[in-house]
Structure formats: structure tokens, C-alpha cells
Unconditional design. Structure first.
Length: 354
């Protein structure tokens, strides 16, 4: 019986085959197995990504507020001073500023309603054949909301005078839902300063689907009331010094910077307007002290409330007769207290000579 050859090699110079190498060689022979996952091209389309929540934008505005903290404090202080002055002054001052602000907003929005046409519409609901009654109605709404009434946080639909129609389709997006989404974001941003929150709300207005025919007057008036929510005498003027702060472009930091600059300019314009009308009222009282009757006092109050006044407007606001109004208007014009601005023989308008 021949001895069987040993299964072990006697060549000690050959390297030993390790178990790992043997397994790798064995795996290479399994050609039918798929290759590693990282070697296969990813031909599948990307799946849906989770969208960030609506409130994620608040963090960007919080950072912008931190960048402009000093400028924000200065504007807030001036707005507080305006609020205090309106609280201590006659009621007509706020009405006068609201008319000026609404007229300037109309030019920013493209309606271009002049102060005289706005005064006639608000006081007497008069409009000319060339006037856009829808535009006048929008600006008239702005005057009412700037001068008083409940704010937008209580009921945004009531504030805007907008409701869903009763026969709206089930598949249609409801205004109440869009308004509710916008209010939810504003509520979540309660830690922001009211001025910052107003700026954010203005720039999120169209994104929330609240715009109507590209109109930005609603957004500006709503933001104006939100910015002044801590006070009870003033709205925050935005367009008196120019509408540069309402321009929509850039990051939140850039938008807030323009907003603060525009509001600061508008507040200074409003304060100068109140200085002028206060000085005029004192001068008118001295000049008209020699006159007797209630018509003169009522006319002084009317000219302090309205930037432009016509004879029918003065008759309606004072309750005096047409003859008494025209006689006193002529006397005030001759005394240099008022001046006629239309240069016409009919439909004349006067303003206080400040």
C-alpha cells in the first residue's frame, strides 16, 4: 500500500493563503451576484421633499431685527412721540394725516387719486366722470381703517371687508383659509417687534394669496395698523416721505432696512405737517378773534382736518348756510389764512396757508 501524499505543502517559501483572501477569491467567482450598491448609477427620479413650515421664515426676520436693532429703536421712539402727540391733539389731526397717507398710497399702488378728489369722495361721495370709482372706494377704505376701528388681528376678513361668496365651489381655496394662514404666521412671530412684524406681514401678503388684482393698499394699511398696535393715537405712516420702504426686493435684512428708513422719513413728514397746522391754528385764532359766531370756529376746525376744502364740503362739515360759508371763505382768503388752489371759477378748493 502506497502512502498518500500529504495535503500540506512542504514549500515554506510560498506565502500562506489567508482566510480573507480565500473568501475574496470565492466571491469573485460568483459572477451572477449584483455588484456593490455604490457602483450602480442612481437613475431613479428624486422623491418629494418635505417643505419647510410657514413659520420657518420668522427666523430670518428675527436675524434681520437683530442686525438693525439700533435703527429700529430710533424709529420706534419717533413713532411713540407721534402717537403721544396725536393723543394730546385734536381728533382732526389724525384724520388729516390719514387723508395724506391714503392719497400717497394710491400713487404707490397705481390708482393715483389726488387729494382734492379724495376729499370730495370721503366727505360727499362725489366723483367725476374721469374718476375710477373702484379706486376711490379702495382709498376711502384706507382712510377709514387708518383713522380708527378694530385692528386686523381681531378679524382680518372684517378689517378688509372681504368674505367668501356663499356659492363658492368646494374645490376653490377659501379666503378664510388664506387669511388664517397669514394670521398664524403673524401670531407665531409675537416675539418680534411690532414694526418688524408689520414689515414681515407686508412682504408675506402676496405669498399668502391675499392680494387682489395686484393691489398693495390693503397690505400697506394692515401693516400700518400692526406697526402701531402698541399705541392708540397713531397709525404708522409708510408713504408720506416716499414709498421706497414698500419696495419688494432683497433679503429680509435689506427689506427691513428700507422699511425703517421709509417709516422714519414718513414720521418726520407727519410731525412737520402737525407743526405747520398747529402754527396755522394759532395764527387763525388771533386773526379771527375779532369775528363773532360759530361758523369761524367750525371753519378753522375743518381746515385743520382736511388738506383741501371746497365750499360744499365746508357747508356739510360746519352745518352753516352756503352764503355764510362763502362769505367767511372770502374773508379768510383776503386775510391770508387760506388760498385757492384750483384757479377755476367753479369747483374751487382751498387749503390752509401754512
Amino acid at each position: 500500500m502506497k502512502p498518500q501524499p500529504s495535503a500540506f505543502t512542504d514549500d515554506f517559501d510560498d506565502p500562506l493563503i489567508t482566510i480573507e483572501e480565500d473568501e475574496e477569491a470565492h466571491d469573485e467567482d460568483l459572477w451572477f451576484l449584483p455588484g456593490p450598491l455604490e457602483e450602480e448609477p442612481d437613475d431613479l427620479p428624486p422623491g418629494p421633499r418635505a417643505e419647510p413650515p410657514d413659520t420657518a421664515v420668522i427666523e430670518d426676520w428675527a436675524k434681520a431685527e437683530g442686525v438693525h436693532a439700533a435703527r429700529l429703536a430710533k424709529v420706534a421712539g419717533r413713532l411713540g412721540a407721534l402717537d403721544d402727540r396725536l393723543l394730546r391733539g385734536p381728533e382732526g389731526w389724525r384724520h388729516r394725516l390719514a387723508l395724506i397717507e391714503a392719497a400717497d398710497l394710491s400713487w404707490f399702488a397705481g390708482d393715483r387719486v389726488s387729494s382734492d378728489r379724495l376729499a370730495l369722495w370721503v366727505s360727499l361721495r362725489l366723483s367725476g366722470a374721469q374718476d375710477d370709482r373702484n379706486a376711490l372706494a379702495r382709498i376711502g377704505w384706507a382712510v377709514r381703517r387708518l383713522t380708527g376701528g378694530p385692528g386686523p388681528k381681531a378679524d382680518l376678513a372684517a378689517f378688509l371687508d372681504r368674505r367668501d361668496p356663499e356659492n363658492i365651489e368646494d374645490s376653490a381655496e377659501r379666503f378664510e383659509d388664506r387669511a388664517g394662514g397669514w394670521l398664524d404666521v403673524m401670531t407665531a412671530a409675537a416675539e418680534l417687534h411690532p414694526i418688524t412684524r408689520a414689515c414681515m406681514g407686508f412682504h408675506l401678503w402676496s405669498l399668502a394669496g391675499l392680494g387682489q388684482h395686484g393691489d398693495q393698499i390693503e397690505a400697506a394699511v394692515t401693516a400700518s395698523r400692526i406697526a402701531a398696535c402698541d399705541g392708540s393715537g397713531a397709525f404708522a405712516p409708510l408713504a408720506m416721505g416716499g414709498a421706497g420702504g414698500l419696495r419688494v426686493s432683497g433679503l429680509p435684512t435689506e427689506r427691513l432696512a428700507r422699511w425703517l428708513d421709509g417709516m422714519n422719513s414718513a414720521i418726520l413728514t407727519a410731525m412737520r405737517t402737525l407743526d405747520d397746522i398747529e402754527a396755522w391754528t394759532g395764527r387763525a385764532e388771533n386773526v379771527m378773534a375779532q369775528l363773532s359766531g360759530r361758523t369761524q370756529l367750525a371753519l378753522r376746525r375743518t381746515f385743520s382736518q382736511w388738506p383741501l376744502v371746497s365750499a360744499p364740503m365746508a357747508e356739510a362739515t360746519t352745518g352753516a348756510s352756503r352764503a355764510a360759508v362763502q362769505r367767511n371763505l372770502a374773508w379768510m382768503e383776503a386775510s391770508g389764512l387760506i388760498c385757492e388752489v384750483t384757479g377755476q371759477g367753479r369747483y374751487r378748493m382751498w387749503k390752509a396757508t401754512v
